[in-house]
Design a protein around this ligand. Structure first.
Ligand code: SF4
Ligand code: SF4
Length: 123
């Protein structure tokens, strides 16, 4: 378990991180069937090599460098990143169900524009 995408990605999904990831471990990509149904992108922890390239590429500071550094308000999304696997039949649904639960649990964060949301994550 390594880098983690969190809620500023929800409704942003601009895929800047996908373009810089050297091992193609951030999904779904725009050219994958799951892209439209995914509310955010997920890092496949087993494939991430901890290079850090995605962090400065993200325009909304959605990516934390470890589960330990991920703020408490975002902990549910650690699991969402972990369960997502491109190709498994119910992977997107399982990850999306966790993302949906996060959205429902944090209306105060969702009310903030994505670009300003990370500043409100707390620790
Ligand atoms: S840390 Fe590197 S390998 Fe991991 S998701 Fe980011 S860009 Fe990809
Ligand atoms: S760059 Fe940030 S907002 Fe864009 S898809 Fe990646 S994690 Fe999501």
């Amino acid at each position: 378990m390594t880098f983690v995408i969190t809620d500023p990605c929800i409704h942003t999904k601009d895929t800047a991180c996908v373009d810089v990831c050297p091992v193609d471990c951030i999904h779904p990509r725009k050219d994958e069937a799951e892209f439209e149904q995914a509310s955010m992108l997920y890092i496949l922890p087993a494939e991430c090599i901890d290079c850090g390239a995605c962090v400065p590429a993200c325009p909304v500071a959605a990516i934390y460098d470890s589960p330990e550094s991920t703020p408490a308000s975002q902990k549910q999304l650690i699991e969402a990143n972990a369960v997502y696997r491109a190709g498994e039949p119910d992977a997107v649904a399982r990850a999306e169900s966790l993302a949906k639960a996060h959205v429902e649990a944090h209306p105060e964060l969702m009310a903030i524009a994505p670009a300003d949301r990370a500043a409100a994550h707390g620790k």
